[in-house]
Design a binder for this molecule. Structure first.
Ligand SMILES: NC(=O)c1ccc[n+]([C@@H]2O[C@H](COP(=O)([O-])OP(=O)(O)OC[C@H]3O[C@@H](n4cnc5c(N)ncnc54)[C@H](O)[C@@H]3O)[C@@H](O)[C@H]2O)c1
Length: 365
C-alpha cells in the first residue's frame, strides 16, 4: 500500500524556492506541494500558479495552512530562524536551506525550537544525497580507500548570486553561504570533525562585498581530528560554468567526485563552457541531489525515521564556517572549539585587522 503523501509548504519563492518546487513537482512523488509562501506576494502567486498550490504573502499563514505536514524553508538565510520557529510551533517537520542561521545564538535557538516541538529538522546540505557523493561515501565507509589522508574541494559559482545572498548581512558571507557546503562535505566524507582552520581571501570580482567586509575568493586549509588535512577553494564566479569538484585521498585509493568534461590534456574554460566540450550539461549540476534530499526527507516522515543531515550537522558546519571567517579576518590558525563562545553580532562586525586588496577591473556588478 502506498504511503500517504506529505503535504509541503515551500517558503521562499526566489531562486532556490522555485528550483526546489519545480524539482519536487517533477520528481518527488512522496511530496505534494500545497502552499507557497513569500513576503513578495507576486513571487508566491507566480510560483503557486505554476505548481498548482495556494499562494500566501504571509509566510507564517502558509506554514499553518490546512494540509501542510512539512515545510521547506528557502527564504534569505537571515530569516531562517523566524520561519523555522513558526513551522516548529505549528508542529511541522522542516527541511531548511543552509546555512541554518547567521550566528550561533540563532542556530541554537533553531535547534531548541525544533527540540521543544519534537519535529524533524533536515539541513539542505544536498550533497549528502547526491548520487556521486553517496557512491563515494559508501566506498569510503567500506574501507576501500584505506586510511584517509587528504580532502580537497573547490566550489566556483558561475552566476552572480542574488543581492540578498551576496550581502553578508542577509546571506552570511562567503564562508557561511558557500563554505558550509564544503565543511559539511568534508565532515561527511572524511568521517572526522574539523578541529582547526587557516584561511585567506580577497575581493577580486564584486567590489560591493568589500564594503560589507567580506571576500569573494577564498582558500581554507583544514585539520581533522583524525590527523588528516584538507583544503577548500571558493570563488563567487568563474566564466565557464558552475564547478564543484571534491577529492578524498587515502592510503589505498582515491575518490574523485565531479569533473570537467575533459578526457586529457589542457583546455580553456570560458563563458559558454569548456572549449573541447562546449555543450553545457542539460540539468543543473545537483538536480538529482536536490530531488533526492526532498525524497529522503519525505520518506523519513513517512517511515518515522531520523533525517540526515541533522540540525547538529548544520551547527557543526556553522562553527567551521565561523572559524574560517575569523581566520580570514585575523590570520593564523583558528581552533573550531573557540567559536563555541561566539556572541551574536560579534562575528559580522567589521574588524580593523582585515586587509582589503584593491579591486580589479574584472568586476561584474
Ligand atoms: N543548497 C544550495 O545549493 C543553495 C544554493 C543557493 C541558495 N541556497 C540557500 O537558499 C536560500 C534562499 O536563497 P535564494 O538564492 O533563493 O535567494 P533569493 O533572494 O533568490 O530568494 C529568497 C526569497 O525569500 C523571500 N523572503 C525573504 N524573507 C522572507 C520571509 N521572512 N518570509 C518569506 N519569504 C521571504 C524573498 O522575497 C525571496 O523571494 C538561502 O538560505 C541560501 O543560502 C542554497
Amino acid at each position: 500500500m502506498p504511503l500517504p503523501r506529505i503535504g509541503l509548504a515551500v517558503i521562499g519563492a526566489g531562486r532556490m524556492g522555485r528550483s526546489h518546487a519545480q524539482l519536487i513537482a517533477a520528481g518527488a512523488p512522496e511530496l505534494r506541494i500545497v502552499a507557497i509562501g513569500d513576503v513578495d506576494g507576486r513571487a508566491a502567486r507566480h510560483l503557486a500558479d505554476e505548481i498548482g498550490a495556494a499562494a500566501f504573502a504571509d509566510p507564517l499563514a502558509a506554514v499553518s495552512a490546512p494540509g501542510v505536514d512539512a515545510v521547506l524553508v528557502a527564504v534569505s538565510s537571515v530569516h531562517h530562524r523566524e520561519v523555522v520557529e513558526a513551522a516548529a510551533s505549528a508542529g511541522r517537520d522542516i527541511l531548511c536551506e543552509k546555512p541554518l542561521a547567521l550566528d550561533l545564538a540563532d542556530t541554537d535557538a533553531i535547534l531548541a525550537a525544533v527540540d521543544r516541538a519534537g519535529v524533524r529538522l533536515q539541513v539542505g546540505f544536498m550533497r549528502r544525497h547526491d548520487p556521486d557523493h553517496v557512491r563515494a561515501h559508501a566506498r569510503i565507509v567500506a574501507g576501500e580507500l584505506g586510511r584517509l589522508l587528504l580532502f580537497t574541494s573547490r566550489q566556483y559559482d558561475v552566476d552572480p548570486p542574488p543581492p540578498a545572498v551576496l550581502d553578508p548581512r542577509t546571506g552570511g558571507g562567503i564562508m557561511l553561504d558557500m563554505g558550509t557546503h564544503e565543511f559539511d562535505s568534508a565532515r561527511f566524507l572524511m568521517g572526522s570533525e574539523i578541529t582547526e582552520v587557516q584561511a585567506t581571501g580577497s575581493v577580486q570580482l564584486f567590489p560591493e562585498v568589500a564594503a560589507s567586509d567580506d571576500v569573494d575568493t577564498a582558500v581554507v586549509n583544514l585539520k581533522f581530528a583524525s590527523g588528516a588535512i584538507g583544503s577548500i577553494e571558493l570563488s563567487r564566479r568563474v566564466a565557464f560554468g558552475e564547478d564543484v569538484r571534491t577529492e578524498v585521498h587515502g592510503t589505498a585509493a582515491s575518490a574523485f567526485i565531479g569533473g570537467l568534461p575533459i578526457a586529457s590534456g589542457s583546455a580553456i574554460g570560458w563563458e559558454g563552457g569548456i572549449r573541447w566540450d562546449a555543450s553545457p550539461p542539460s540539468t543543473p549540476r545537483f538536480a538529482a541531489a536536490y530531488t533526492d534530499q526532498a525524497r529522503a526527507f519525505a520518506r523519513s516522515i513517512q517511515c518515522d525515521e531520523p533525517v540526515s543531515p541533522s540540525g547538529a550537522d548544520g551547527r557543526a558546519a556553522f562553527l567551521v564556517a565561523a572559524a574560517a571567517d575569523r581566520a580570514i579576518r585575523g590570520g593564523g590558525t583558528v581552533r573550531v572549539a573557540e567559536l563555541e563562545s561566539d556572541r551574536p553580532a560579534e562575528r559580522l562586525r567589521p574588524s580593523p585587522a582585515v586587509r582589503r586588496p584593491a579591486t580589479s577591473g574584472s568586476a561584474r556588478t
